[in-house]
Write a protein that binds this ligand. Structure first.
Ligand code: PMP
Length: 368
C-alpha cells in the first residue's frame, strides 16, 4: 500500500481507496492527521527550519516538561530525532553515570533498532553480550537484576502485549533497581503523552531515573528526548549533539503539543482512553458472540488483537498460545476499510469518535 494523503482518522492510498487508520503514524498523531496544530506548525517554516544553534522554542519545551510532566524526578531534558536515538543516548548516559556496561531489557519489548537490542545480521555478537534479556511481567526477573547492571530499560506498557495490570510489577521493579543500585530507564517513546499527560510513570505511579520520549511529543515531526535529574544528565564527557537535534521546526511542534496537552485543548485523555476501552469492549463482544478464539487487550488508547482467548501474561505466552492464521484477518479487515499496521498495535486518536469505533467493530464483524 502506498499512501497519498491522510486526514482525521483516515488514510487514502494512491488509487483513492480510503481506510480508517488505527496506526496514526505508529502512535504519533494523537490529535488526528492533518490537524489544526500541524497547520500552525508550518508558520515556523518562514522563520527557518534549522539553525544548529539553540532556539527559543527549545526553552519553552524545557519549561513545559519541567513544570508539568514529572517535575519531582526529571528536571533536565536533551533532544534528538527519534525514539531509537533517545534510547541510544539514555543507555550511553546510564553507562557513563554508573561506570558499568551491562544493560537489562525485557523480552517482548521494543526500543528501536539499536545494536544489541535486535536480532539482525550485521550486529557483532559482542553487542548482545552487553545486554541481558529478562522475562517481562514475571517476578522471576528480579533475581537477575544484580548490581553489575548499569540500567534496566523497560516500556511501562509493551506494544507487544499492552495491558493495564502491570502497575505492581513496575513498582516492584523500581524497588529492586533501587536496592541493587541499577538505574531504571522508562522507554516512554510510545506511552509518553499517550497513556496520560505524564505517560506510564503517571498512570502507574513509578519514578524512573531516566525517561525517553518520542512520537506524540513531536506532533508528527521526528523527535526523541531524554530526561532525568540534572545530576545524571550532566554526567561529564557524554556526547549528545547532532545536526537536526532540537531543530526549530520540531521544537515548535513540541511546544504546541505540550501547550495543548497542559491546557486540555485538542487532547483529552479521559475521552481518548474511553474510546480505547470502548473499542476493546466492542471487539471482545464480537469475538465472544462469534465464538472466535481472539481477544483485544490493551491499556488506554493502545490496543492489539491477540489470536487466542486464553489469558496471556507477556509476549512469551502470546507466542505459545496464538494461532498462526493472522495475515488473513488483517488483509480481510483492510478490504473492509480498516487498516491495522504490521506491528499489530492499534493506537487511537482524538479523531476516532464513537461512530468510528462502531465502524471498526462492524468491519471486524464482517471480517471474522
Ligand atoms: N521505543 C518504543 C517503545 C517504540 O514504540 C519505538 C517505535 N515504535 C521506539 C522506541 C523507536 O522509536 P523510533 O521509531 O522513533 O526510532
Amino acid at each position: 500500500m502506498v499512501i497519498n494523503k491522510a486526514y482525521d482518522c483516515y488514510i487514502e492510498d494512491k488509487q483513492g481507496n480510503k481506510f480508517i487508520d488505527t496506526s496514526m503514524g505508529a502512535g504519533s498523531q494523537i490529535i488526528g492527521h492533518d490537524n489544526k496544530l500541524i497547520r500552525k506548525i508550518s508558520e515556523q517554516v518562514k522563520s527557518g527550519t534549522i539553525y544548529t544553534i539553540p532556539n527559543i522554542h527549545t526553552d519553552a519545551v524545557n519549561f513545559y516538561l519541567k513544570k508539568y510532566i514529572n517535575p519531582e524526578f526529571h528536571d533536565k531534558y536533551v533532544f534528538c530525532n527519534s525514539g531509537t536515538e533517545a534510547n541510544m543516548r539514555a543507555i550511553r548516559l546510564a553507562r557513563a553515570y554508573t561506570g558499568k556496561n551491562k544493560i537489562g531489557r525485557f523480552h517482548g519489548g521494543w526500543h528501536g533498532g539499536l545494536d544489541g537490542f535486535i536480532e539482525s545480521r550485521g550486529v557483532p555478537s559482542i553487542f548482545n553480550e552487553l545486554v541481558e534479556v529478562l522475562p517481562y511481567n514475571d517476578e522471576g526477573c528480579f533475581e537477575k537484576i544484580t548490581p553489575d547492571l548499569a540500567a534496566i530499560i523497560i516500556e511501562p506498557v509493551q506494544g507487544s502485549n499492552p495491558r493495564s495490570d502491570i502497575g505492581i510489577f513496575l513498582q516492584k521493579l523500581r524497588e529492586r533497581c533501587t536496592e541493587t543500585g541499577v538505574l531504571l530507564i522508562f522507554d516512554e517513546v510510545m506511552t509518553g503523552f499517550r497513556l496520560s499527560m505524564r505517560g506510564g510513570a503517571g498512570v502507574f505511579s513509578v519514578k524512573p531515573d531516566v525517561v525517553t520520549y518520542g512520537k506524540v511529543l513531536g506532533g508528527g515531526f521526528p523527535i526523541g528526548a531524554v530526561g532525568g535529574k540534572k545530576e545524571i544528565l550532566k554526567t561529564k564527557g557524554v556526547f549528545y549533539g547532532g545536526t537536526f537535534s532540537a531543530n526549530p521546526l520540531t521544537m515548535y511542534a513540541a511546544k504546541l503539543i505540550l501547550k495543548t496537552i497542559v491546557n486540555k485543548r485538542y487532547i483529552r485523555y479521559d475521552k481518548l482512553n474511553l474510546m480505547g476501552e470502548l473499542l476493546r469492549d466492542k471487539l471482545n463482544q464480537v469475538f465472544i458472540d462469534k465464538k472466535k478464539p481472539m481477544r483485544v487487550i490493551g491499556c488506554g488508547s493502545t490496543n492489539r488483537v491477540v489470536f487466542t482467548d486464553k489469558i496471556i501474561k507477556n509476549r512469551e505466552d502470546r507466542d505459545k498460545l496464538e494461532s498462526q492464521n493472522q495475515k488473513y484477518f488483517y488483509n480481510q479487515l483492510k478490504s473492509n476499510g480498516v487498516f491495522i499496521n504490521v506491528n499489530g498495535i492499534i493506537q487511537l486518536s482524538m479523531s476516532h469518535t464513537h461512530k468510528i469505533i462502531n465502524k471498526i467493530s462492524s468491519a471486524v464483524m464482517s471480517t471474522i
